[in-house]
Design a protein around this ligand. Structure first.
Ligand code: NAD
Length: 362
């Protein structure tokens, strides 16, 4: 009988196809009438279309969001907020745009409505990672949560195929680590299984046909549920390594998650056999690390860190950084073991199950 604490995260979620039409109604329901629309430069056109849809309830757009939420960008966006007298933020995009919305909300208390277009899950977490002078730090505050999340399957149809795959595996990583989190609980674990299964079903169909609306529905539903896991319980070695590699070598976010996850699951397979088995069942595989490694291969995503820009000489530094301030993890985290894991992941070799099964020494 495992005792647990469960903190529900308050938010309003609207989910479906064509749901963007409800944006004006949702903004009015918050009694806000001067929204600033945020996006990356790549989604500027979409931001403009949303500002047009809002008409007089929009004060314009800021299309300067970039990955890892650098404070210089937040400061430029703050000037736009002040100049326009915005009273709400509408973020349309993935984790980068949503991160900017959270950074602005943290500084201004403006309410956010988020329209997510990737599977990263930031829209449902009270977490903000921001970069100051090249160093990324994390803030956790319930006030960072958007007031409304408007999931519109139609807006994900344009997410490029390869990014859809890696973004989907990024989401699976949140749910997988939730299943062996130190503060895991039965509710979040059940949600995690739903999320993994939904994405495992959807991603092969999206690879075949990126415009398959029903597959996109399943993937977005999986992204939401996996995001809930990320926002509700503590993440472990996998997220620590991704944050470390992303920060130290500027590796792409979802690709790093995708290449590493089979190895980090293998690392924890000896100390969390039940959680790892639940991940396998949700994936529809016999074995979670191998099943995921094979799935990533079938989906055509990069499986080796060397193929996404990681320098081989970086393995030592990364393993030092990862053990310097580790996240709580089921198997003990040592520099030698992490070094071994990163060597295999750098080459993209199949995860070394036999060796990792011995890591049951938390
Ligand atoms: P992203 O937001 O950087 O998007 C990647 C690119 O795809 C961008 O150019 C974007 O404009 C484009 N794009 C997004 N959706 C599109 C669509 N539907 N059609 C066409 N193009 C589209 O990538 P991401 O992986 O979603 O986010 C990564 C960032 O989010 C990182 O900085 C990461 O740290 C952060 N993140 C934070 C949390 C959290 O809880 N705080 C969770 C996950 C990720």
């Amino acid at each position: 009988m495992l005792p647990f604490v469960y903190t529900a995260l308050p938010m309003r979620v609207i989910f479906g196809s064509g749901t963007l039409v409800h944006l004006n109604r949702e903004l009015a329901a918050l009694d806000r009438h001067r929204a600033l629309v945020l996006s990356t430069p790549a989604q500027e056109q979409q931001a403009n279309a949303i500002a047009d849809q809002l008409g007089r309830s929009s004060v314009g757009i800021f299309a300067g969001a970039v990955m890892h939420t650098p404070v210089e960008v937040t400061e430029r966006a703050l000037q736009k907020v002040a100049k326009t007298g915005a009273d709400a933020l509408v973020s349309v995009g993935g984790g980068s745009t949503i991160g900017l919305g959270k950074a602005l909300s943290l500084r201004t208390s403006l309410p956010q409505i988020v329209v997510p277009t990737t599977y990263a899950g930031s829209e449902v977490t009270p977490i903000l990672g921001q970069t100051v002078g090249g160093r990324k730090t994390t803030v956790r505050d319930p006030n960072l949560l958007p007031k409304v999340v408007l999931y519109d399957v139609d807006l994900t149809l344009t997410l490029p195929g390869p990014l859809s795959i890696t973004s989907g595996i990024n989401a699976i990583a949140h749910a997988a680590e939730a299943l062996y989190a130190i503060n895991a609980n039965p509710v979040v674990s059940a949600i995690a299984e739903i999320g993994i299964a939904s994405l495992a079903r959807a991603l092969p169909r999206i690879r075949e046909m990126p415009a398959d609306r029903s597959a996109r529905y399943d993937a977005l539903l999986g992204a939401w549920t996996c995001g809930i896991c990320l926002g509700s319980v503590d993440m472990a070695l996998h997220h620590k390594l991704c944050h470390t590699l992303g920060g130290a070598f500027d590796l792409p976010h979802s690709e790093t998650h995708t290449a590493l996850l089979p190895y980090t699951l293998a690392y924890n397979s000896g100390s969390s056999p039940v959680a790892i088995q639940r991940i396998a069942s949700a994936l529809g595989a016999e074995d979670a690390p191998r099943g995921l490694f094979e799935l990533v291969g079938r989906l055509g995503a990069p499986r080796a860190l060397k193929d996404i820009g990681m320098p081989r000489e970086g393995i030592r530094l990364a393993s030092e950084l990862a053990v310097a301030s580790p996240y709580p993890n089921p198997a003990r985290v040592t520099q030698d073991r992490v070094h071994h894991l990163l060597e295999r992941a750098w080459e993209g070799l199949p995860p070394d199950l036999k060796e990792y099964r011995g890591f049951n020494d938390a």
